[in-house]
Design a protein around this ligand. Structure first.
Ligand code: F6R
Length: 242
């Protein structure tokens, strides 16, 4: 069963999916300048972020008060590696939207103590208050952020034991091997006021089907979105098998 707050919009293609998500996020920033947004990386949201930057440059919203949170990060590789979430977010979100350092909460990729790094993120998040919007992609194994399928999911920021498929995420194609990840936890994500999940492409159709109709289970973390009071999945036709 899903809550009435779990909804899905189907768009013609990747471009339309990106435009729809961009419109919602741009309106939300314009409406609430102090907004806190957690940003996923990966292939899915890239065009949406480009469109958001275009709207920003066109003066449709201001970003001087917004707070950006990095959803997750690969562990054990240099921060300036081309595959880090840091490199991605700097390129697609932080720099184009002129987010100042002090308004960007971000896991280090290669901290001396990953557990302490996660505690630092947890404590900062607790001071920030609730996340207004969490932007998600859908993992090949149903992960959200780096919350991997497991017997039990972690509520708060934690060091993630990555599935083999996740270690070979396309983002890492030119990077050294990663041994772990760091991610916001399930409670952090599901505590967001609004969740926007983007899903595109026929390769994601089985996962999307399982998200919508499968069992709600820690073995498929994205399934918990169905219990969230305000989750919008924006999927293109290919992802719903049309
Ligand atoms: C990355 C992240 C991951 C991705 C997921 C889908 O920051 O949080 O959960 O969203 O692996 O990745 P793509 O979009 O590349 O298919």
């Amino acid at each position: 069963m899903s809550t009435p707050g779990f909804r899905m919009t189907i768009t013609d293609d990747y471009e339309a999916m990106s435009a729809e998500a961009c419109r919602i996020i741009a309106d939300a920033i314009a409406e609430k300048p102090h907004i806190v947004i957690a940003f996923a990386t990966g292939g899915t949201p890239t065009r949406m972020y480009e469109m958001l930057a275009e709207k920003y440059r066109a003066g449709e919203f201001r970003t001087n008060k917004m707070i950006a949170v990095k959803l997750d990060e690969w562990g054990g590789i240099p921060i300036d590696d081309p595959g880090t979430c840091e490199t991605y977010l700097n390129k697609h979100v932080i720099w184009p939207l002129d987010i100042p350092d002090k308004h960007y909460l971000s896991f280090e990729s290669n901290p001396a103590n990953p557990i302490s790094e996660c505690t630092r993120i947890k404590n900062t998040l607790d001071n920030l208050g609730v996340i207004d919007i969490c932007v998600l992609g859908l993992g090949a194994n149903g992960h959200i952020g780096m919350n991997e399928p497991a017997g039990k999911l972690e509520p708060r920021p934690h060091v993630a034991n990555l599935a083999e498929s996740t270690r070979h995420h396309p983002m890492l194609k030119d990077s050294p091997a990663v041994s772990y990840g760091m991610t916001l936890g399930m409670e952090d994500i599901l505590g967001a006021k609004k969740i926007i999940m983007l899903v595109n492409g026929a390769h994601k159709a089985p996962q999307l089907e399982r998200l919508i109709s499968g069992e709600i289970s820690a073995q498929f973390p994205a399934s918990y979105l169905r219990q969230h009071p305000d989750t919008l999945v924006i999927a293109d036709k290919a992802a719903v098998g049309k």
